[in-house]
Design a binder for this molecule. Structure first.
Ligand code: OXD
Ligand code: MN
Length: 581
């Protein structure tokens, strides 16, 4: 999986272009981390939090114009436009490089250029891969230390001097007019300029582990997905592994770290990953997943000891907070952390908080080491990964979409993934709460033509045959007429996992509907739950008339793909249309 230049030559080429004062190769040691922290404390990038309650934790404010992923400035630069497909922004590699070279030219004058080698995936795992990020941001280096296996160990993991995905990053002048997140998948190359925000700047995450990796995965016969990986221990003491694709800021971290409401019944949840899964077919023909990341870059707002005690425990030491508010006690705070707003806070830009509007930015984040998570699975570092029994697709939908349903086959499951739609969130700039199609929760992350991506999913299903995981769709966010959530969510989502598990064992009842198999109200374990039978019926309801109104949007989306849409997707569309009557 080679980049075309020897690592040292590429670093020199980048230095010639960006003209830094000095070049620093990161070794990944704790001393180095401390050195970077000290530098950032000195120049004001980092603010030290309360050492007693948040030891070794720091707060950083971003430029207010730079708080989220910028999908409109994110490009897939393939030689042929068709290879980027209708869901990506495209520019030819030559044109994009010409534009970006002008921004890069001399952008690191007066700065240090950090060379950050990193491994995505457990060390020594056959599915792991090396990346090297060049950046002028110490904040990025510190985050990469938490989010990846970074430093000398990555250099040691390279098979030869070409064995890496290359990523050049500079915050430059952080100008939204000169901000580009560009991918050159044919070259295994990423160029990012003008932003310091995680998803744009920590190049191991979205740029490599999803966009470039999805391209590689198609070439090489595996899958790179925007999915959490959870371990479900069942009363018989067995462990199942489930991946779930949900759009950004729709609760992947909460689901992955859930404290099960059914622990007493023996259903326990452990975390393998909260954002990205790399999946490959093992020697036994089953699908295995590794988490390429080593940390969590989680959405802070809404996270509290009730909604996600494991995240709160994970972030209490050795963590970085970005764009949260600051209390008088020098502790981080965000909307939903505590019921009452503390008095005398600074807001996410470090200004005295007036009490009006948000104190923390809606997309404020914590960066925390996965190893600190109390519920991290013992399989987290397993180089083989974990065998996947079920794949869930999820969305944030107030209407129409029931709490859970089971796809009728792998092919139907691919159709369910391809037609996913969800309300937009603050993780990307743009309007929040608008319904958009988000196939496989990968709309902003598929590094090639999404039609070819659907075909790749179909091909993987054929290879897996009867060993393919079962596919389900979940929606925790359905509301009643008054806009109130019908389902309690959080730990009670274990009740849905129980039904899914029992379906896989051939035990639980389901009702066939036009869209797939939905639990009968009695098949869902609602013992001890304070919801009415009517509410359960509502949250599971599939209304054919309403679902018919979903069809035109699906068709419009599929029409964009022309001949790159697999015929099977139209077959499934017609079958759904027919079942809806
Ligand atoms: C993320 C995202 O940060 O999806 O994980 O935006
Ligand atoms: Mn994500």
């Amino acid at each position: 999986m080679p980049y075309s230049m020897k690592l040292k030559d590429w670093v020199q080429e980048c230095a010639n272009l960006c003209k830094p004062d000095s070049i620093y190769w990161c070794n990944g040691s704790d001393e180095e981390y401390q050195m970077l922290v000290n530098k950032m404390l000195e120049d004001g990038t980092f603010h030290k939090l309360n050492e007693e309650t948040y030891p070794n934790c720091y707060l950083s404010y971003s430029n207010p114009n730079d708080v989220a992923r910028v999908e409109h400035l994110t490009f897939i630069c393939t030689k042929n436009e068709k290879d980027a497909g209708p869901t990506n922004h495209w520019k030819s590699p030559d044109e994009m490089k010409k534009i970006m070279r002008e921004v890069y030219d001399g952008c690191m004058k007066g700065r240090t250029m950090y060379v950050v080698p990193y491994v995505m995936g457990p060390l020594g795992a056959p599915a792991s891969k090396v990346g090297v990020e060049i950046t002028d941001s110490a904040y990025v280096v510190a985050n990469m230390k938490i989010m990846t296996r970074m430093g000398q160990k990555a250099l040691d993991s390279m098979k030869d001097e070409y064995d890496y995905v290359a990523g050049l990053h500079s915050v430059a002048d952080c100008n939204p007019e000169r901000r580009y997140i560009a991918h050159f998948p044919e070259e295994y190359l990423i160029w990012s300029v003008g932003s310091g925000y995680g998803g744009n700047a920590l190049l191991g995450k979205k740029c490599f582990a999803l966009r470039i990796a999805s391209w590689l995965a198609r070439e090489q016969g595996w899958m790179a997905e925007h999915m959490l990986i959870l371990e479900l221990e069942t009363p018989d003491g067995k462990k199942s592994y489930i991946t779930a694709a949900l759009p950004s800021a729709c609760g992947k971290t909460n689901l992955a770290m859930m404290v099960s409401a059914l622990e007493n019944e023996g259903y326990k949840v452990k975390t393998v990953g909260d954002d990205i899964a790399w999946m490959y077919i093992g020697d036994d023909g089953r699908l295995y997943a590794i988490n390429p990341e080593a940390g969590f870059f989680g959405v802070a707002p809404g996270t509290n000891p009730k909604t996600n005690p494991n995240a709160i425990a994970s972030l209490h030491k050795n963590s970085i907070f970005t764009n949260v508010a600051l209390t008088k006690e020098n502790e981080p705070w965000w909307e939903g952390y505590t019921k009452e707003k503390p008095e005398g806070m600074k807001d996410w830009q470090g200004k005295d908080y007036s009490g009006e509007g948000n104190a923390a930015h809606p997309n404020s984040r914590f960066t925390a080491p996965a190893a600190q998570c109390p519920c991290i699975s013992s399989e987290f570092e397993n180089p083989k990964g974990v065998p996947i029994d079920a794949i869930l697709f999820g969305a944030r939908r107030a209407t129409n979409v029931p709490l859970v349903y089971e796809a009728l086959s792998w092919q139907h499951g691919v159709f369910v993934g391809a037609t996913m739609s969800s309300e937009t969130t603050a993780a990307a700039t743009g309007a929040v709460g608008v319904i958009r199609r988000d196939p496989f929760a990968m709309l902003p992350f598929i590094g090639y033509n999404a039609g070819d991506y659907f075909q790749h999913w179909l091909n993987m299903g054929k290879k897996l045959g009867d060993k393919a995981p079962k596919i389900f769709h979940i929606n925790w966010f359905r509301t009643d007429e008054d806009g109130k959530f019908l389902w309690p969510g959080f730990g009670d989502n274990a009740r849905v996992l129980k039904w899914i598990h029992e379906r896989m064992e051939g035990k639980a009842d389901a009702k066939a509907t036009a869209i797939g198999n939905v639990p009968t109200p009695d098949a869902l374990d609602t013992k001890g739950l304070d919801v009415t039978k009517e509410q359960i019926e509502k949250v599971l309801d599939v209304n054919n008339a309403n679902w018919k109104s979903e069809l035109p949007g699906m068709k419009e989306f599929f029409d964009k793909f022309g001949d790159t849409l697999p015929k099977e997707m139209w077959d499934e569309y017609k079958a759904l249309e027919q079942r809806l009557g």
